[in-house]
Design a protein around this ligand. Structure first.
Ligand code: UGA
Length: 469
């Protein structure tokens, strides 16, 4: 679809309209969500202005480089050069009828979210939109219920001298992008959640109808509080599925021939459960699940309720990464002075993101046990060096990582590791012991050919195991 400077988006129900102008949309905050959204909207034909306070980031993006690794983003930056302008100057938002806020909301010590960047962005947007004609401010950042109405809207009213509902509109519109698939998720979202007054929600919905055309996904229009809570419920539910399976994994490990992957296949066929996010492993990490669960716990405690399942989801996840270290100890005895090869450091494949990566907990525990750690990752070595410094050996060459190792621990399930054969480990390692923290390797072949342990795998693998078809 192609938007033009004269395109009109007319809300079917209300007859309100947004005239798309020189910049159809502005995106404030060019982190992972903001930049992925910006280039995807530009790809779909919108003229996009991206604003960030970070000079370096803006200069990098304007030269066509993304500040992080994300499949497809570099190509889209190249393809959308004419459609997508970046700047540190907030005045650029003046030209946009739609202003998306995508700034980060990191965790504070107590688990609550730090809304400093959101407040600063709201103030700056407020000053920039003074006198403009009913701009719609859309918060995509993950924020606890009430933040749009109680923080963002009052800040904008103060800075702009304008009145919410009369001079400008505001919506909550949480995003569900996954790192590593952010572009696909933005180009083809499975749903849209829009929170706001009827007038504002319909304005935003009509923008998306124009953007996605026939690909318009199912849309839920809700109150701003419910829209904000949907995001937290969504991430906590997915994380709960993972922690639940990690508990079943612990049971499987005590069961002769037990195999959590077979259990996942079995229960995943029940449509009420679904087959996704049943992957047991070393636990969940990343910039979203841990942060959002902590924020939900903190937020609900403030309301006078402690959600036990949400708390347990986090508790299971805290212990889970250490299980692979325990497995290594069971095989090797003391880890002191032993060379442990860690395969994968990013919090998941297809990203270089190390935020809350379980690899950090695993490596720290290995170092506490005085092991010598050599680690490999196809993309995250640069970010890993900021985390580990020279405490461990970081290598881009997998042979070097495994050479003379006493044990290898698979932490991130990169595609290239899935092709590794038992022979390969045997040819390089001093002791061919492999611990699979992500259930990537075939347990039968690996158990037959070397010393093998895996999350959710009972100990008498060879004779007992029958894989699901
Ligand atoms: C997550 C959600 O999936 C997105 O919908 C959401 O928009 C995003 O958070 C966000 O709030 O911004 P993301 O953090 O990119 O996306 O990563 P996921 O693919 O959800 O994986 C999160 C963690 O769970 C990873 O560490 C992954 O290894 C782990 N995981 C995932 C498992 O341990 N088992 C599984 O079966 C699936």
């Amino acid at each position: 679809m192609k938007a033009t400077v004269t395109a009109m988006l007319t809300s079917q129900n209300q007859g309100y309209a947004i005239a798309l102008q020189s910049h159809d949309v502005s995106i404030v905050g060019l982190g992972f969500v903001g930049l992925s959204t910006a280039v995807s909207f530009a790809k779909l034909g919108m003229k996009v202005a991206g604003i960030d306070i970070d000079n370096n980031k803006v200069s990098m993006i304007s030269k066509g480089f993304a500040p992080f690794h994300e499949p497809g983003i570099k190509e889209l930056l190249e393809a959308t050069r004419k459609q997508f302008k970046v700047s540190t100057n907030m005045q650029l938002v003046r030209n946009s009828p739609l202003i998306f806020i995508t700034v980060g909301t990191p965790s504070k010590e107590d688990g609550s979210i730090d809304i400093r960047f959101l407040i600063a962005a709201s103030k700056a947007i407020g000053s920039a939109i003074r006198g403009s004609n009913y701009p719609l401010i859309v918060v995509k950042s993950t924020v606890t219920p009430g933040t749009l109405m109680n923080v963002v809207v009052p800040e904008i009213e103060r800075a702009s001298g304008m009145s919410y509902g009369k001079d400008f509109g505001a919506c909550s519109n949480p995003e569900f992008l996954r790192e590593g698939r952010a572009i696909q998720d933005t180009l083809h979202p499975d749903r849209l959640i829009i929170g706001g007054s009827e007038k504002d929600a319909n304005l935003l919905k009509s923008f998306y109808e124009k953007l996605y055309g026939k690909g318009m996904p199912r849309t839920i229009i809700a109150s701003t509080y419910n829209a904000e809570l949907i995001k937290y419920a969504n991430n906590s539910f997915l994380a709960m599925k993972i922690s639940f399976m990690n508990q079943i994994a612990c049971i499987c490990e005590k069961l002769p021939g037990g195999d959590v992957q077979v259990i996942a296949e079995g229960i995943g066929l029940d449509e009420r459960i679904g087959k996704l996010f049943l992957g047991a492993g070393s636990g969940f990490g990343g910039s979203c699940f841990p942060k959002d669960i902590k924020a939900l716990m903190h937020f609900s405690k403030r309301l006078g309720y402690s959600p036990p399942i949400v708390e347990a989801t986090m508790k299971v996840n805290e212990d889970q990464p250490l299980r692979v270290v325990k497995m290594a100890e069971e095989k090797l005895g003391s880890l002191e002075g032993k060379k442990i090869a860690v395969l994968g450091l990013a919090f998941k494949p297809h990203t270089d993101d190390m935020r809350e990566a379980v690899s950090v907990k695993i490596v720290e525990e290995l170092l506490r046990k005085r092991a010598n750690v050599s680690a490999h990752d196809p993309k995250a070595l640069k970010n890993a060096s900021l985390v580990f410094g020279d405490k461990i050996e970081l290598v881009g060459d997998l042979n070097k990582c495994l050479k003379s190792a006493d044990c290898a621990i698979l932490v991130t399930e990169w595609d290239e590791y899935s092709k590794l054969e038992p022979d390969y480990f045997r040819s390089l390692m001093r002791k061919p012991i492999v611990i699979d923290g992500r259930r990537l390797f075939d347990p039968r072949r690996f158990s037959e050919q070397l010393e093998f342990a895996a999350i959710g795998l009972g100990n008498s693998v060879s004779p007992g195991i029958v894989r699901a078809k």
